[in-house]
Design a protein around this ligand. Structure first.
Ligand SMILES: C[S@@+](CC[C@H](N)C(=O)[O-])C[C@H]1O[C@@H](n2cnc3c(N)ncnc32)[C@H](O)[C@@H]1O
Length: 233
């Protein structure tokens, strides 16, 4: 889509495109909506930041990084960590790489076009895996969660920032039959059933239906409980 067409579209078309773009951003419209998400989701970014492992040498994976804004913030804030990311949109890989060019060039950040259902990493590789505003789009949830569990080291953390089902029920224009929405309690149960330990829900902003789930891969690593928070990006 050309820039001119994007700004001239009807409200009905705008809503349809917006729904598609959240699931897999592409082209000019994808650039626009991911920039909007950087502003709208900022409280979720901060919530995730408070739980991310910041220890020297930590390896951190962002699943569904969009335009790479959260990775850029982490790269600016954290020393001596390695940042990784996967996204199913090849356009987003191009955008996020350009946003984070220095980190990519200097091997502080590694971005790939891949799905959460097939993560291109070894077992027990990451200290922390996080995902922001993406879990509704995962087609095979069991496979996705088992992949995250596989690539986390024992004692490593999984952090999932999300809008609850109530949000989507109030904003029906964002809903799609192909997506799955969760109440905080449902998501906690899903995560526990998938084999994660100590799943806890943090309320980020109840009026905006923003939540953050934090859990661990079973292990006896004493570092697993460290949260380093609260801090602001
Ligand atoms: C709503 S956007 C959120 C982007 C970013 N996390 C943020 O909060 O700004 C969802 C992102 O998840 C990606 N995505 C959707 N399904 C995915 C999957 N199965 N595996 C990896 N990424 C996926 C999309 O391409 C998109 O970039």
């Amino acid at each position: 889509m050309k820039i001119k067409d994007f700004f001239l579209m009807t409200p009905k078309k705008f809503k349809r495109i917006m729904k598609e773009q959240f699931a897999k951003p592409e082209g000019v419209a994808g650039d626009f909506f991911t920039l909007a998400m950087n502003v709208i989701n900022f409280k979720l970014y901060n919530a995730v930041y408070n739980f991310v492992g910041k220890d020297e040498g930590s390896k951190i994976l962002d699943v569904g990084f969009g335009n790479g804004d959260m990775l850029k913030r982490l790269d600016e804030k954290l020393d001596n960590v390695k940042l990784y990311g996967v996204d199913i949109s090849d356009h987003m890989v191009v955008v996020a790489t350009s946003v984070n060019q220095d980190a990519v060039d200097k091997d502080r950040m590694f971005l790939q076009n891949a799905s959460v259902e097939e993560l291109p990493y070894d077992d027990d590789y990451f200290d922390t895996v996080y995902t922001i505003n993406t879990i509704y789009f995962w087609q095979d949830r069991e496979k996705s969660l088992s992949e995250i569990l596989r690539v986390l080291r024992p004692g490593g953390k999984f952090i999932c920032a999300f809008y609850s089902r109530d949000y989507f029920e109030r904003k029906k224009q964002f809903m799609s039959e192909e997506e799955t929405y969760y109440s905080p309690r449902e998501l906690r149960d899903v995560i526990s059933d998938a084999g994660f330990d100590n799943a806890k829900i943090k309320v980020v902003d109840s009026k905006k239906f923003m939540y953050c789930l934090v859990c661990e891969k079973r292990g006896n690593d004493a570092d697993a409980d460290k949260t380093h928070g609260p801090q602001q990006l």
